[in-house]
Design a binder for this molecule. Structure first.
Ligand code: PLP
Length: 353
C-alpha cells in the first residue's frame, strides 16, 4: 500500500458534476485463487489495459454512486455506504462477477475520503461523489465471464446535478425506447443499462426537457423511473398529503434515496405508498388536482422537483409548476441528515474511520 501520499488540499470552487475528480484512487484485483488483493491508494492515474479485455467488449462492468458530505463540525460523513455495498454485491452477482465484502467496500471509501476531503469546499451544496466500480479483466474474446477482476474507487467533487438551481425541471415521456424489461438488468447498477438510454435522453433534451420518464417494457403504460433517479408523486395537500412512488417490480433500480424518502415522508407524518401508476392516471390526477407535486430523487439528483411533463399526447403542468411544500420539506429533511444536522435514528450517516 502507498502511504507516503499527502492529503489533498486543493479546493474546487465550481465543480459541476462528474469532471472535478479528486487526486487519488484505490485499486484492488481479484482472482479465483487469491481472492481480493490489498487495497492500493495511489494518485488518480490512467490504466493500461489489453485491447481484448472482456469487460470492455461484453460489458462485464458494475458500479455504484454515493456521496460524502462535510458536517457542521468539519468532519466527513458518508451516506449509507453499507447499503450501497449490498446493492453493489447484487449488481456484481447479476453479471457473474465476484462479490466485494461489504466491510471492505465501506473501509476503502473511508480511506479515499480521508485522503481527498481537502478537495471539498465549505459550500454545503457541494459534496464528494464516490464512484466504486468493478470490471472483468481477462484478455479473451471468448463469450464467458472473466476469471480476473479489478475494483476501482474514484471520486469527484459535485455541485448540483442540474446546475446550481433547485428550480423545477421538465421531463419527457419516452414511448420509442424502454430502459428495462422483466428478467433483464433494470434492478441493478451496471454499465450496460446506461448507453442504451442516451438516445432517449437526447430526444428529451431536443424537446426542451432535462430528463426522460421511462414506462414499463411490457404494456408501455406504467411509470417506472427517470434516467438515473427514482420518481415520487404527492397526492393531496399539507399534512394529509400522501407520498407515492412506483412499486419495485424488478425492472426499477431500488434507489437508496428512494428508500430514504419513504422513511422520511413517514417521519414527517405522511402516508406513503408504493403503487403501479399508469401514464393516463398520472395525467388525469394532475389535471383534476389530486396530484399536487412530483419530484425525482437519487444520489446525484438529491430531491429535484418536476414542474412540467411533455408527452406525445399533450403536455401538462404539475401543480403550479414550481417546487411544492412537501418536496421542499423532504429535500430539507434529507440534506439536514446528510450534513449531520438532524437526528439520525437509523444511523445512515457513517463517520469515516
Ligand atoms: C443510481 C440510480 C438511481 C438512484 O439510486 P440512488 O441509490 O438513490 O442513488 C435511480 N435509478 C437509476 C436508473 C439509477 O442508476
Amino acid at each position: 500500500m502507498t502511504t507516503t501520499l499527502e492529503p489533498t488540499t486543493q479546493v474546487v470552487a465550481n465543480p459541476g458534476h462528474g469532471e472535478s475528480f479528486t487526486e487519488h484512487m484505490i485499486s484492488m484485483e481479484w482472482n479465483e485463487q487469491d481472492g481480493w488483493s490489498t487495497p492500493e491508494l495511489t494518485p488518480l492515474q490512467n490504466l493500461s489495459i489489453h485491447p481484448g479485455m472482456i469487460g470492455l467488449h461484453y460489458g462485464q462492468v458494475a458500479f455504484e454512486g454515493l456521496k460524502a458530505h462535510r458536517r457542521a463540525d468539519g468532519s466527513m460523513g458518508v451516506w449509507r455506504s453499507a447499503d450501497h455495498a449490498l446493492r453493489f454485491q447484487r449488481s456484481c452477482a447479476r453479471l457473474a462477477m465476484p462479490e466485494l465484502p461489504a466491510d471492505v467496500f465501506v473501509s476503502v471509501i473511508d480511506q479515499l475520503i480521508n485522503a481527498d476531503q481537502g478537495s471539498l469546499s465549505d459550500d454545503p451544496s457541494h459534496s464528494i461523489y464516490i464512484r466504486p466500480m468493478m470490471f472483468g479483466t481477462d484478455t479473451s474474446l471468448m463469450l464467458r465471464p472473466s476469471r480476473t477482476y479489478r475494483f476501482l474507487l474514484m471520486a469527484f467533487v459535485a455541485g448540483g446535478f442540474f446546475g446550481e438551481n433547485t428550480e423545477s425541471v421538465s421531463v419527457f415521456v419516452s414511448h420509442d425506447y424502454v430502459r428495462a424489461f422483466p428478467g433483464g438488468t433494470g434492478n441493478v447498477k451496471i454499465a450496460g443499462n446506461y448507453a442504451p438510454s442516451f438516445l432517449a435522453q437526447r430526444e428529451a433534451e431536443a424537446a426542451g426537457c432535462q430528463q426522460v420518464v421511462w414506462l414499463d417494457a411490457v404494456e408501455r403504460r406504467y411509470l417506472e423511473e427517470m434516467g438515473g433517479m427514482n420518481m415520487f408523486l404527492v397526492r393531496g395537500q399539507g399534512a394529509d398529503a400522501q407520498v407515492i412512488t412506483p412499486q419495485l417490480t424488478g425492472t426499477l433500480l431500488p434507489g437508496v434515496t428512494r428508500n430514504t424518502i419513504l422513511t422520511l415522508a413517514e417521519r414527517l407524518g405522511h402516508r406513503v405508498g408504493e403503487e403501479r401508476i399508469t401514464l393516463e392516471q398520472w395525467r388525469r390526477e394532475c389535471a383534476d388536482g389530486t396530484i399536487s407535486e412530483v419530484f425525482a430523487c437519487g444520489t446525484a439528483a438529491v430531491v429535484t422537483p418536476v414542474g412540467k411533463v411533455r408527452d406525445r399526447d399533450g403536455d401538462w403542468t404539475i401543480g403550479t409548476g414550481t417546487p411544492g411544500p412537501v418536496t421542499r420539506a423532504l429535500r430539507t429533511a434529507l440534506t439536514d441528515l446528510h450534513h449531520g444536522l438532524a437526528a439520525d435514528p437509523a444511523g445512515w450517516l457513517h463517520a469515516t474511520r
